[in-house]
Design a protein around this ligand. Structure first.
Ligand code: 5AD
Length: 421
């Protein structure tokens, strides 16, 4: 989501990007507020530009994204070298804001939700890139008690089907072969009587589009219509990111996740019934207020029952304005206990991910070649249908093509293989 917004910001202003902040006329720090560390990172990154502004007073420094939305004008007081604060729904207003600052030299805060054309600015697309995101939804209508998103991104707004298809088709015409639809709860997308399954089917008809992914799915919105579409549309990749957050029904209920552990497990079974080779990844929050050792054991037993392909796990962090941040002190899980639990869960996941990667050795996978690997230009890199990174030796002109690769090695974060001619 943030990467997508950064690319929209890049496109909103008519400026040449630079890697050297000293040379920049405009510096915008895009931010995330989902967890505590994310907003700390934003502040420290802004701090770095203080000297730049001191040396070049004409440089314009701004903050965008969720932290901007959350703190608004307080940021101008806190950060003297900041020129503007741009909220999550204001990216299309950026050119106007910048010219006003250039003209009037006045600091500006723009965090209103009054824009009608929310999706107006499409993201910057790097020439030659074969994968791209397309936003289908902004904001969120769920009310998970730990989550700051509804506060900083507003209620759910779904994008019209034709606009999504137009952006997708334009990208395919530029050489994109894989699209990832993005939304906070992407599969709750609906518009003009169409539901998410219909969106998948319509995307399946876009000529030249080879792969369709989407993220992040909300468990309760996995419907038969969606599963049937995933089964019927051959371009849909067989991987789903499906955050469960906890394996304890007590905790799930306190989080207001609106499903039980049993319902979640059943949903995975329904998905596997339709797509037997589907892989599932998840998110887990450890140390949610009131999480007992028994609750944590329930989460561990779920991890063992499902064996997720991979998982992202985080220690709970109280976010301002959320229900869970107001829980009584005695509900708080002590930091050292949460750390021990998190380490146990992550060690378990590491073994499972390694085991799953090893089990792929000898198999032939279809890979969309995305580019050269980060460390070695002779090595090409792409992802399998199941969203695993697969590196192999090959010529650069394979970028953008879908090739068959035999897996020779399973590592923790990736696979290695040999190209099959
Ligand atoms: N504390 C810790 N983790 C959180 N997440 C969201 N809010 C919080 C919070 N307050 C995690 C969830 C979510 C992921 C994007 O971030 O697991 O799925």
């Amino acid at each position: 989501m943030n990467e997508y917004d950064s690319d929209r910001i890049k496109n909103a202003i008519d400026a040449e990007p630079t890697d050297d902040p000293k040379k920049a006329d405009i510096i915008i720090v895009n931010t995330c507020a989902i967890r505590d560390k994310a907003d700390q990172k934003a502040f420290s990154s802004l701090g770095k530009y203080k000297h730049i502004k001191a040396n070049n007073p004409d440089a314009i420094v701004g903050i965008a994204g969720c932290v901007a939305q959350l703190y608004g004008d307080k940021l101008l007081k806190k950060i003297p070298h900041l020129d503007f604060v741009l909220g999550t729904r204001s990216i299309p207003k950026l050119p106007e804001i910048i010219s006003k600052i250039e003209r009037d030299k006045r600091r500006t805060v723009e965090t209103s939700y009054d824009l009608e054309e929310l999706f107006e600015v499409e993201p910057y697309h790097k020439e030659g890139k074969v994968t791209a995101f397309v936003s289908v939804q902004q904001g969120c209508n769920k009310r998970c008690t730990y989550c700051i998103v509804p506060q900083v991104r507003g209620d759910e707004v779904n994008r019209p089907l034709n606009d999504i298809l137009r952006e997708t088709t334009n990208l395919v015409n530029k050489g994109v072969r894989e699209i990832t639809f993005i939304g906070q709860t992407v599969n709750s997308w609906k518009h003009d009587g169409n539901k998410f399954g219909d969106l998948i089917r319509a995307a399946g008809d876009v000529e030249g589009l080879e792969r369709i992914r989407f993220t992040t799915s909300y468990p309760r919105d996995i419907t038969k219509r969606m599963i049937d579409a995933m089964k019927d549309v051959p371009q849909v990749c067989h991987h789903l990111h499906l955050p469960v957050q906890s394996g304890s029904n007590n905790v799930l209920s306190n989080m207001k996740r609106t499903y039980t552990r049993e319902w979640y497990v059943d949903t995975i079974l329904r998905l596997k019934d339709a797509l037997p080779d589907i892989t599932i990844s998840t998110d887990i929050i450890i140390g949610f207020p009131g999480e007992t050792d028994r609750d944590f054991q329930d989460t561990m037993s779920l991890m063992k029952e499902i064996e997720f392909e991979s998982s992202y796990s985080f220690k709970f962090s109280p976010r301002p304005g959320t229900v869970a941040a107001e829980y009584a002190e005695e509900e708080t899980v002590k930091a050292d206990i949460a750390s021990v639990r998190l380490s146990e869960l992550q060690a378990f996941q590491k073994d499972i991910t390694e085991k799953k990667n090893l089990s792929r050795v000898g198999q032939i996978e279809k890979v969309l070649v995305e580019g050269e690997s980060r460390n070695d230009p002779d090595v090409l890199s792409g992802r399998t249908d199941h969203n695993r990174i697969l590196n192999f030796n090959g010529a650069k002109d394979l970028v953008g093509k879908t090739v068959k690769v035999k897996v020779t090695e399973g590592l923790l974060n990736s696979l290695r293989g040999e190209l099959i001619i």
